[in-house]
Write a protein that binds this ligand. Structure first.
Ligand SMILES: [Zn+2]
Length: 165
């Protein structure tokens, strides 16, 4: 089901989400809602549960349609993700469904390994780089109540108005 997206400055976006552990039926419904909501916005590459008002540590990532990703993983869900290694640094421009008026320059690691639980409740590991790594780190930030505005070096120099669609 497509859900309303929570927009800045809603306090939920600044609130850390709770761990899920082994996913149950309600978590699987949340997973479907995340996918449906992400797919309802063109060019959306990821969404985190707090962005639809669900304060649980789950995110959905789909870089398949994005031109910057040559060999993306199929769409997947991350439950209780933990970054176990991060290398490199790069500044890149990011947007966010919860901050539709802006984009921002954000410094992130370029190569990461992340442990997470999948929808079957199995602990998995993903290693990825570049844009897909950036997307995953952006979504994990949402689970910690961190937004791109919290990550910029300068609110004056690194935040840009986005043209209305
Ligand atoms: Zn976001």
């Amino acid at each position: 089901m497509v859900r309303d997206v929570v927009r800045y400055p809603d306090r939920r976006l600044k609130t850390p989400a709770a761990s899920i552990g082994t996913p149950g039926p309600a978590d699987l419904r949340l997973a479907e809602d995340l996918r449906d909501t992400a797919q309802s916005y063109p060019r959306t590459v990821g969404i985190a549960a707090p962005q639809i008002g669900a304060m649980w540590r789950m995110a959905y990532v789909d870089c398949g349609q994005h031109k910057k990703v040559a060999d993306p993983h199929p769409p997947f869900w991350l439950i209780d993700p933990e970054v176990t290694s991060a290398d490199g640094q790069e500044v890149g421009r990011e947007g966010c469904l919860s901050l539709p008026e802006i984009t921002a320059n954000v410094r992130r690691a370029t190569e990461i390994t992340v442990d997470y639980t999948d929808l079957q409740g199995e602990r998995k590991q993903i290693t990825t780089a570049g844009f897909e790594a950036r997307v995953i780190l952006h979504e994990i930030d949402h689970l910690d109540g961190v937004l791109i505005l919290d990550r910029v070096s300068s609110l004056l120099l690194d935040v840009f108005p986005r043209k209305r669609r």
